[in-house]
Design a protein around this ligand. Structure first.
Ligand code: CU
Length: 160
């Protein structure tokens, strides 16, 4: 029966889709990127980060870099060994583990004097009804709406 097949496919989609579509890529500092004199705490404060999301640090290679540090390194701008730096100018950091994450720039006094530092809190499981902000497009939709829309698109393709 065609309708039985449809139900099976929808069930598979319902299980598989959330894990592949719910992640958000956050461009740190939005269009300003990773730079001096930007308020990254203001940028982060209205965002909810989940495991599976990614941080993207954009900057001109050589002008800045990115170090992951701990709370002390963050507050005191302690620069780790240079071989721990991310330096590509388009550094993508997947958020794998819940909890607080701290990032600083290790160039010159960018952290200590120019506030080039970011602290975020990463949540564990994304609740189905949590708002999802797609920073690339500035569209605010709920994860559940997004999921249901995707289900209907798939269903429409199968029925057509
Ligand atoms: Cu810098």
């Amino acid at each position: 029966m065609a309708s039985n097949n449809l139900l099976v496919i929808l069930a598979i989609v319902a299980i598989v889709l959330p894990s592949v579509t719910m992640a958000t890529d956050y461009w740190v500092g939005d269009s300003s990127g990773w730079t001096n004199g930007y308020d990254y705490q203001a940028w982060a404060k209205d965002k909810v980060f989940y495991v599976g999301d990614k941080l993207v640090f954009n900057y001109t290679m050589g002008n800045h870099n990115v170090f992951k540090v701990n709370a002390t390194g963050f507050s005191q701008c302690i620069i780790p060994p240079s071989n721990e730096a991310l330096t590509s100018g388009h550094d993508i950091i997947p958020l794998m583990v819940p909890g607080k994450k701290w990032y600083i720039c290790g160039v010159g006094q960018h952290c200590a004097q120019f506030g080039q530092k970011l602290v975020i809190n990463v949540e564990g499981e994304a609740p189905a009804l949590a708002p999802m902000k797609n920073s690339a497009h500035g569209i605010l939709i709920s994860r559940y709406q997004f999921f249901m829309a995707a289900v209907f698109v798939v269903a429409a393709m199968i029925v057509a």
